[in-house]
Design a protein around this ligand. Structure first.
Ligand code: SF4
Ligand code: SF4
Ligand code: SF4
Length: 276
C-alpha cells in the first residue's frame, strides 16, 4: 500500500480541485457560448426587413449597437429587436415583419432620428426615398387580380400609388371578355414599407411580399444591350462593317459590285445593230 493511500483525504484540497474543474468547464462552456453568439450575431438575416435608412447589411451590423432606441421611438410598434434563437435577424438588431406590422412611413422618420450611431442613416430625410426592401408579386396563381378578379387592395393601400405599384391591363384569355389588371411593382419607387403585403386579402401568406433588396433584385446584365435603345452602338460595335463600301462614290473598286471608271466590256455589238 502506498504512503498516499494511508493519508486521510484533505477535504479543503478536494473542494479546491473540484471548484477549479467546475470553473474550467464553466469557462469552456461560456467560451463556446460566446463563440456561438458572435457567429450568430454576424449571420445575415434571410428575409428580415430593416428599418428605413439602414446601411447595407454588413455596415449596419457593424454600426448598430443594439440599443433599441429606434424600436422605442417607433410610434406604430413596427420594429422589433431580434431575439436570440427565435428570429432570423442577428440578435438584438431591429427589423420588422410586414405581414404583421408594416412601416407607416412617418414623415419625420423618428426611428432614424433616434439612432445614435448612424446605423440608420441620418441623411435619409424624405421617407419616400427609403429603401427597406422591394415588394414582389410572389404568387401569381393565387393573386385575385391575376386570376381576372378586381381585388386591387395592394395597389390601393400603397402610399406611392401609381408609382410603386401600377395595374397593367391585359386581355383575359380565360374568360375572353374580361381584362386582367396585374399588380406590377416598380422597384425604383417601392420603399419596401410592406403595406401591400400586410393588406393582401389572401387568408395565409400574402401573394405580394417585401423582400430585402439583395434577394429581390439581381445584378443587371451590363454586357447585353437593348437593341431598341442602343441601335447605333450595336451597328457600330457588334457588326463588323467594312470601312469602305463598293460602288460609286468610293474608291473600293475591286470589291464585288464595285465600279471601275474605265470599264471595258469583253464583247461589242455588231456595227449598226441596236441594243434593246
Ligand atoms: S418610419 Fe415610422 S413606422 Fe416606419 S419604422 Fe420608422 S418610426 Fe416606425
Ligand atoms: S412595399 Fe408595397 S405598399 Fe410599400 S411602397 Fe412598395 S409597393 Fe407600395
Ligand atoms: S391584395 Fe393580394 S390578392 Fe389582391 S391584388 Fe394584391 S396581391 Fe393580389
Amino acid at each position: 500500500m502506498s504512503t498516499n493511500a494511508k493519508k486521510p483525504a484533505n477535504p479543503d484540497r478536494r473542494r479546491f480541485l473540484t471548484e477549479v474543474a467546475r470553473g474550467s468547464a464553466g469557462c469552456a462552456l461560456a467560451g463556446m457560448g460566446l463563440a456561438w453568439l458572435a457567429k450568430e450575431a454576424q449571420a445575415l438575416p434571410a428575409t428580415a426587413i430593416r428599418p428605413p435608412g439602414a446601411l447595407a447589411e454588413e455596415a449596419f451590423l457593424a454600426a448598430c449597437v443594439r440599443c433599441g432606441l429606434c424600436v422605442r421611438d417607433c410610434p406604430y410598434d413596427t420594429l422589433t429587436l431580434a431575439e436570440l434563437g427565435r428570429d432570423a435577424a442577428a440578435t438584438g438588431t431591429p427589423f420588422f415583419t410586414a405581414r404583421t406590422i408594416p412601416c407607416e412611413m412617418c414623415d419625420d422618420i423618428p426611428c432614424v432620428v433616434a439612432c445614435p450611431t448612424g446605423a440608420l442613416d441620418p441623411a435619409l430625410d424624405v421617407i419616400d426615398d427609403a429603401d427597406m426592401g422591394v415588394a414582389v408579386l410572389i404568387d401569381e396563381e393565387h393573386c385575385l387580380n391575376a386570376l381576372g378578379l378586381r381585388c386591387d387592395v395592394c395597389y390601393r393601400v400603397c402610399p406611392l400609388i401609381d408609382e410603386a405599384i401600377t395595374l397593367e391591363q391585359s386581355h383575359n384569355a380565360r374568360s375572353g371578355h374580361h381584362a386582367i389588371f396585374m399588380p406590377t411593382v416598380h422597384a425604383d419607387k417601392c420603399t419596401g414599407c410592406g403595406k401591400c403585403e400586410k393588406s393582401c386579402v389572401l387568408p395565409g401568406e400574402s401573394a405580394i411580399r417585401v423582400l430585402p433588396t439583395r434577394l429581390a433584385r439581381v445584378e443587371p446584365a451590363e454586357h447585353y444591350r437593348l437593341g431598341w435603345e442602343n441601335r447605333e452602338k450595336i451597328v457600330d460595335e457588334l457588326i463588323d462593317l467594312p470601312d469602305r463600301l463598293p460602288g460609286p462614290g468610293t474608291d473600293n473598286l475591286k470589291a464585288p459590285g464595285g465600279f471601275e471608271q474605265e470599264f471595258k466590256p469583253t464583247f461589242s455589238l455588231p456595227q449598226g445593230s441596236k441594243g434593246q
